[in-house]
Write a protein that binds this ligand. Structure first.
Ligand code: UGY
Ligand code: MN
Length: 265
C-alpha cells in the first residue's frame, strides 16, 4: 500500500510522513513540494501569508514567492523599492492592481504585472476568495538603456508561439523577448503529452519554475524527479535540466530566466 492510501486520523500526521519527501535541495538546484514550505508574513502586505520559494540564501540571485491574500487584504498603501523590479502572476482569485500614476486594473487568473525599479504599486484582493499570486523580485542590472515600461496584461493577450520546430511545444513570452532593456524573461511553457526536450540543456541562466498544469518528470543535475501542478523548482546556472511530461493532459509552467546581460567578472 502506498503511504497516501493508509488510513489517516484527523489531527495526526499521516502515516508514512516520516522522512518521505519528493523535495531535494542541492548547491545548484532545489525542488520543493509546497506542503513542506512553511508560511511567513511581510510587513507591506496585510492579511497575506507568503511562502518564499527562492531566495539568495538558497543560492538564487532573485526572490520568488507564493502570496495568499485574504479578501480585502494586500498592500495597505503603494509600495516601491529603488533598484528592484517586481513581477506578479495571478494563479486564482480576483483583485486590483495599480502602478505609478496609472489607473487601477482588474486582476483575474492569468493576469500579470511587471513593475519597473522604483515604481510604486498596489495589489489588493477585491474578491470573496483568497487571491493567490506568484511574486518575483530581482535587482535591475542597468546597462545604460532606459528602464522597461510598466506592463499590466493577461496571458490571453500574449500569442502562443513555437520557435523550436518541435511538435507539441508552445511558448508565451510575457515580457518582450529580445528587448534588451529587460534583464529577465517570464515565459509560459506549454507541452502536449509526448513532447519533451530534445536534449539535456545546461546554460548559464538560472530559473525559477512554477508548475501550473499537468505533471511530468524533471531531470535536475543527475536525477529524475516526479513533479506536478503546484511544485516549484529553482535551477542555478549550469544545472543540467530536461523535462518529460507524463499523464494525459497538457502541461504548463511559468519560467523565470535571467537574460540579456553579460557575465559579471
Ligand atoms: O528556455 C529555457 O531555458 C528552457 N528551455 N528551460 C527549461 O524549461 N528548463
Ligand atoms: Mn533552461
Amino acid at each position: 500500500m502506498r503511504p497516501h492510501q493508509l488510513p489517516a486520523t484527523p489531527g495526526r500526521p499521516a502515516p508514512g510522513a516520516i522522512g518521505h519527501n519528493r523535495g531535494v535541495v542541492r548547491p545548484n538546484y532545489a525542488f520543493m513540494p509546497p506542503e513542506g514550505v512553511l508560511v511567513s508574513r511581510l510587513p507591506h502586505f496585510d492579511d497575506t501569508v507568503v511562502r518564499v520559494l527562492a531566495a539568495p540564501v538558497l543560492g538564487a540571485r532573485f526572490a520568488q514567492y507564493l502570496l495568499e491574500i485574504e479578501p480585502n487584504g494586500g498592500t495597505p498603501e503603494p509600495f516601491r523599492e529603488d533598484g528592484i523590479q517586481h513581477f506578479y502572476y495571478v494563479l486564482s482569485g480576483n483583485g486590483r492592481f495599480a502602478m505609478g500614476e496609472g489607473p487601477e486594473a482588474e486582476l483575474r487568473p492569468g493576469s500579470f504585472a511587471y513593475v519597473p525599479p522604483g515604481v510604486a504599486f498596489s495589489l489588493r484582493n477585491t474578491g470573496s476568495e483568497p487571491l493567490r499570486v506568484l511574486g518575483l523580485r530581482k535587482r535591475y542590472e542597468a546597462v545604460g538603456l532606459p528602464q522597461p515600461d510598466p506592463i499590466l496584461s493577461h496571458r490571453d493577450e500574449v500569442p502562443v508561439t513555437n520557435h523550436t520546430g518541435m511538435e507539441g511545444r508552445g511558448f508565451q513570452f510575457l515580457l518582450q523577448r529580445g528587448d534588451m532593456r529587460f534583464d529577465f524573461e517570464m515565459n509560459l511553457m506549454w507541452f502536449k503529452p509526448g513532447a519533451y526536450f530534445p536534449d539535456v540543456e545546461t546554460h548559464v541562466m538560472e530559473h525559477g519554475l512554477y508548475m501550473l498544469e499537468g505533471q511530468g518528470l524533471y531531470f535536475l543535475g543527475t536525477e529524475w524527479h516526479e513533479i506536478w501542478a503546484g511544485d516549484f523548482i529553482w535551477m542555478g546556472g549550469f544545472c543540467p535540466q530536461q523535462y518529460y511530461p507524463t499523464g494525459f493532459d497538457d502541461a504548463a509552467y511559468l519560467l523565470y530566466k535571467n537574460v540579456n546581460r553579460d557575465v559579471a567578472l
